[in-house]
Write a protein that binds this ligand. Structure first.
Ligand code: UD1
Length: 339
């Protein structure tokens, strides 16, 4: 079977391709326009797996170019759709860019899924759809509040688009996976998150500060109502996220009675504070991090972590990597980049 991975050169996409190649006989093709990645990711995949994949440098907003990929590959049996913009702060600054890219790309993927009779879709959603929900840990059946950012809203809209689509296309099935905070790198240290610009996310910021690319990390807020005053998040190893995609797709293939649409949280279920994350990093790297406690970042929620019972029960998915392993691999990747 052939699987189309969109955003295959990106952080989670590339790790998922590696998992697919390691654990399945599926053939992978990738679409990526390198808007936040580079073709070097395909070389890294080849170094780790020993295999090359066919890839297309196209923008999913171009429907005719996207359709051509499907026409050229009539044996595509499943799609894993990662390609999207993902920076919360940037989405507040440039909302139309986010609506245009994330919504139109998904609409085109669904159009092609229908036109070319592709039965299965796995969609990248995000815990940001839960916004400021007060009840923790969050479960999939929570009623979603208003999104806190255009980025989060594109994920809420995306989920609704898919639910409406499969409702009238019963031959198409989809699982939306709501990621919590994906971090870390492939355990070889040879593939990880490549921040093309100054990183926004905590772990790349930590590793780049530790290696000297950035001067100092600012912890955004030290007076939240949490155990040490810093925000609580559910960090999850990128390879665990990747393996869940393989399991979700396999589930749709194996179980004809599986619902046409389902939503599953991907998190470890453990809430970790920013200071605990920093301590784990220092322990694993042996580097003492230069950081200070600063102002809160606008838009941050104090605490969010997953109830992951559904992923465990429905997919049989169990996270394999703990926080120390996440930090160890992230550091291995940062030092690999320096070599
Ligand atoms: C957010 C979204 C998540 C999305 C991700 C992508 C929420 C709840 N989560 O994650 O769905 O996939 O963006 O960008 O909306 N921090 C610092 N200093 C830094 C950077 C971060 O203290 O320099 C802190 C933040 O305040 C936060 C934690 O580290 O408490 C994690 O931040 P980050 O990695 O940016 O992810 P989220 O904002 O949680």
């Amino acid at each position: 079977m052939k699987i189309l991975v969109t955003g295959g050169a990106g952080y989670i996409g590339s790790h998922t391709i590696i998992e697919i190649m390691k654990h399945t006989g599926w053939e992978v093709i990738s679409i990526d326009n390198f808007s936040n990645s580079s073709a070097a990711a395909y070389d890294r995949i080849r170094s780790i797996t020993g295999k090359s994949i066919r890839h297309y440098d196209i923008d999913l907003r171009d429907l005719s170019a996207t359709s051509k990929v499907f026409a050229e590959n009539p044996d595509i049996g499943g799609i894993i759709h990662f390609a999207a913009f993902k920076a919360v702060g940037e989405s507040v600054e440039k909302p139309l860019m986010y609506y245009d890219n994330n919504i139109n790309s998904l609409a085109h993927i669904l159009k092609c899924q229908q036109q070319f009779n592709v039965p299965y879709l796995i969609f990248s959603s995000s815990c940001s759809v839960y916004g400021n929900l007060r009840e923790l840990p969050v479960t999939e059946n929570s009623v979603l509040p208003k999104a806190e950012s255009p980025y989060a809203y594109t994920k809420q809209i995306g989920e609704v688009m898919i639910a409406d689509f499969v409702n009238v296309n019963p031959d198409c099935k989809c699982i939306a996976l709501r990621y919590f905070n994906p971090v870390g790198a492939h355990e070889s240290g040879m593939n990880g998150e490549l921040a093309l610009t100054r990183p926004n996310n905590l772990v790349p910021y930590i590793t780049q500060t530790a290696i000297g690319k950035l001067e100092q990390l600012t912890v955004f807020g030290g007076n939240y109502p949490t155990r040490d005053g810093t925000c609580v998040r559910d960090y999850i190893h990128v390879s665990d996220i990747a393996s869940a995609h393989v399991m979700a797709l396999q589930k749709l293939i194996d179980e004809p009675d599986f619902p046409n649409y389902d939503i599953i949280n991907l998190g470890t279920g453990n809430g970790v504070t920013v200071l605990e994350a920093i301590q784990a990093f220092e322990r694993e790297s042996g580097v003492s991090l230069n950081y200070k406690i600063g102002e809160r970042r606008p838009g941050d929620v104090a605490a969010i972590y997953a109830n992951n019972t559904k992923a465990r029960e429905v997919l049989g998915w169990v996270p394999q990597y703990d926080l120390d392993a996440m930090m160890r691999s992230a550091w291995k990747w940062e030092t690999y980049l320096k070599e």
